[in-house]
Design a protein around this ligand. Structure first.
Ligand code: HEC
Ligand code: HEC
Length: 323
């Protein structure tokens, strides 16, 4: 018996030691670096269509994090809406400034970064990655970033260094790893196939699933539909004043989801932030430049996702209590 206890004791001591080693490794190594992604491509041709389309995507997908109200440009800012447990996270200057922005990045380096999350210097960025965004959409984003629009003109505001907590460092070593580059061309389905196009918008262009599934930590970036609680809401996000705000259930459940919504109500909520439950707050993005056909396609697709029953506060206290 004594011997068994001693062996057990040694085992526990060994495990504690290994755990301490792993923690020290994470603490010292910080946010990991990798070989910078190697993308082979021709420089993007900036057509007026691409610039306009890119502006629409950047407005919806990048500006909430990168637009600094003080400079009126994409010069970066502290991301106070990140959970405090992550430490302090600052978005970067992505204006055309050669030293402080992305003026010196090649198109291939930018595409590599957006696809994988790994920068040209190999350091992983604490930023969503755009794995399923079509090549055409990504190229449009670049065309806009290189355009004459006021928000992207060279601005010498330096980007700030991250102050990640131990938790955030640990997450980047585990569930928040970079994503691989796509192995072939990424093409969006035609607009005429509303359900397929809507699915693309939810997973690729606007990443609605990212916030609207159960938890960032259990999201599956490579196969979004395998994310826990896919589109069922309940992901705890942080609002403008630091208060917790739960994302909402967008599956077709009539009681806790949007099964009882008309297409018109849905379009109104997504494009103008006016839900039948009242005005929508940050961090639900303002999709003001989204066109009506896109909103309708998303509605058509959401009609087809598996129904989940998951009540959140706007469904009323009774629904939450019985969930
Ligand atoms: C949730 C917030 C968030 C969103 C959304 C976001 N970013 Fe970022 N981005 C960041 C943060 C934070 C950093 C800095 C991360 C770091 O240094 O680790 C960053 C860094 C970058 C960088 C690297 C710049 C540098 O000098 O290192 C580029 C390029 C970039 N973002 C482009 C974009 C584009 C384009 C979009 C939209 C398609 C976008 N980001 C959406 C938060 C965000
Ligand atoms: C950055 C996270 C985030 C992203 C991305 C996001 N949402 Fe939201 N969404 C939220 C949050 C948080 C709420 C709840 C807002 C509130 O409580 O005021 C919300 C609410 C909604 C509502 C209201 C639902 C209800 O029951 O009232 C709809 C509809 C909606 N989102 C649709 C979408 C669509 C469609 C997309 C993609 C095109 C999307 N959202 C992308 C965070 C997000």
């Amino acid at each position: 018996m004594k011997k068994v206890l001693r062996i057990l004791g040694l085992l526990v001591a060994g495990l504690v030691f290994l755990g301490a080693c792993a923690a020290t490794f994470v603490q010292v190594r910080g946010i990991p670096s990798y070989d910078p992604p190697k993308v082979v491509m021709q420089p993007v041709k900036a057509t007026p269509e691409r610039i306009a389309h890119g502006q629409k995507i950047v407005n919806a997908m990048c500006a909430d994090c990168h637009l600094n109200r003080g400079t009126g440009a994409l010069t970066g800012k502290p991301l106070n809406e990140m959970p405090a447990a992550f430490g302090k996270v600052y978005s970067a200057n992505i204006t055309q400034d050669k030293q402080h922005g992305i003026g010196a990045w090649t198109d291939a380096e930018l595409v590599g970064m957006l696809r994988t999350g790994i920068g040209r210097d190999g350091r992983q960025r604490v930023m969503p990655n755009f794995v399923h965004m079509s090549d055409e959409d990504v190229h449009s984003v670049l065309a806009y970033l290189h355009s004459n629009d006021a928000q992207v003109q060279p601005n010498p505001t330096p980007s700030r260094e991250q102050e990640p907590s131990f938790l955030l460092k640990a997450l980047t070593h585990t569930v928040m790893k970079p994503t691989p580059l796509p192995t072939g061309p990424v093409v969006a389905p035609p607009k005429t196939d509303a359900v397929a196009y809507g699915r693309y918008l939810v997973m690729g262009r606007y990443k609605c699933y990212d916030c609207h599934s159960k938890d960032f930590k259990t999201n599956n970036d490579l196969e979004p539909e395998k994310s826990a609680g896919y589109m069922g809401g309940g992901n705890e996000l942080t609002g403008a004043d630091g208060q917790p705000i739960l994302s909402r259930n967008l599956t077709p459940d009539p009681e806790t989801g949007i099964g009882d919504w008309t297409e018109g109500q849905f379009v109104q909520a997504v494009r103008y932030g006016q839900s039948p439950h009242g005005p929508l707050r940050m961090p639900m993005p303002k999709f003001t430049l989204m066109d009506e056909a896109e909103a309708k396609a998303i509605y058509a697709y959401l009609r087809t996702v598996p129904v989940l029953k998951n009540a959140t506060p706007e469904d009323g206290a009774a629904a939450v209590a019985t969930r």
